[in-house]
Design a protein around this ligand. Structure first.
Ligand code: GTP
Ligand code: NA
Ligand code: MG
Length: 298
């Protein structure tokens, strides 16, 4: 495709950091501050990803990736994150999982913005956080480095606007692009079997545009998109780049981190999907026979 086809797309942001440093609270605070759609706000539709708007620009947040999921996705070649927010509690400072998280982000070459959280606490010490992260080559701009640090209190909802502005600043520099005119492709954020609706998957569209009725292959399963629901719990007919949507219509439940691709005709999608299913089953069978062989010798 000619570069002229590429349009700017919203950044996809994940929040990482040590246990209890406030990742979930921060995600909730961002959503609460920014999702003003009260009508939709009443519907507590859980979808593991959401979008907010700041100064007319959208930002997509992924709710799921704990470190394990992040690593699995990366191992499978699914790079979903454009920007990592590294949350560090100002009272606790840098902890083992903080270092793990920043190493993951560095390995994936994803820009890091540091959110120094729990600034409302009496013993908050943001200088210590800056010092400790400098030892890990995350040098704050204030000290002549290149890493953006934002002080926040997720509980009080303070610093959220500044954090979003910094995300947009990084996005402008990086220029995340996609082609909305292609057949959609992307990654599974989460999936489950719903009693009433059957397999339900939250997909992040990374390139192209997805439409209701599209034949689709998702990991080792396939189907035709029956319905799409956005992060506000509303039914939508299309989803463009960086948009998270929940879909139904798959024949089976895919896994988080699986890739998906829309096909032009259903027959082809079925063929590819069934081929992948068969190969997955064969690999599983070989794996289990290998295990039983190992068992024999132990
Ligand atoms: P895990 O998902 O278990 O790793 O934790 P987390 O990083 O998502 O932390 P979570 O949001 O669950 O917050 C942990 C605790 O810290 C909760 O009791 C929160 O209320 C508290 N907390 C989070 N943000 C703040 C903050 O800005 N100030 C204060 N005082 N407490 C906070
Ligand atoms: Na927690
Ligand atoms: Mg959490």
């Amino acid at each position: 495709d000619a570069p002229a086809d590429l349009g700017v797309r919203p950044p996809v942001v994940t929040i990482m950091g040590h246990v209890d440093h406030g990742k979930t609270t921060l995600l909730d605070a961002i959503r609460k501050t920014k999702v003003t759609d009260t009508e939709a706000g009443g519907i507590t539709q859980h979808i593991g990803a959401y979008q907010v708007e700041e100064n007319g620009k959208k930002v997509t947040f992924l709710d799921t990736p704990g470190h394990a999921a992040f690593t699995t996705m990366r191992a499978r070649g699914a790079q979903v994150t454009d920007i990592t927010i590294l949350v560090v509690a100002a009272d606790d400072g840098v902890m083992p999982q903080t270092v793990e998280a920043l190493n993951h982000a560095k390995a994936a070459e994803v820009p890091i913005i540091v959110a120094v959280n729990k600034m409302d606490k009496e013993n908050a010490n943001p200088d210590r956080v800056m010092q400790e992260l400098t030892e890990h080559q995350l040098v704050p701009e204030a000290w002549g480095g290149e890493t953006i640090f934002v002080n926040v209190s997720a509980v009080k909802g303070e610093g959220i606007d500044e954090l979003l502005e910094m995300i947009l600043l990084v996005s402008e520099v990086e220029e995340f692009k996609a082609n909305p005119d292609k057949r959609a492709q992307g990654t599974v954020v989460e999936a489950e079997l719903d009693k009433g609706r059957g397999p339900v998957a939250t997909l992040l569209v990374q390139n192209g545009t997805m439409n209701v009725g599209d034949p689709i292959v998702v990991g080792n399963t396939f189907g035709r998109i029956r319905a799409m629901v956005n992060d506000l719990g509303r039914r939508v007919k299309t989803a463009g780049p960086s948009t998270p949507v929940e879909i139904t219509g798959l024949s089976d439940v895919p896994q988080a981190g699986d890739q998906f691709l829309v096909f032009e005709d259903e027959k082809k999608a079925r063929q590819v999907g069934e081929g992948r299913q068969a190969r997955a089953k064969e690999a599983e069978r070989k794996q289990s026979s290998k295990v039983s062989l190992d068992d024999l010798f132990n």
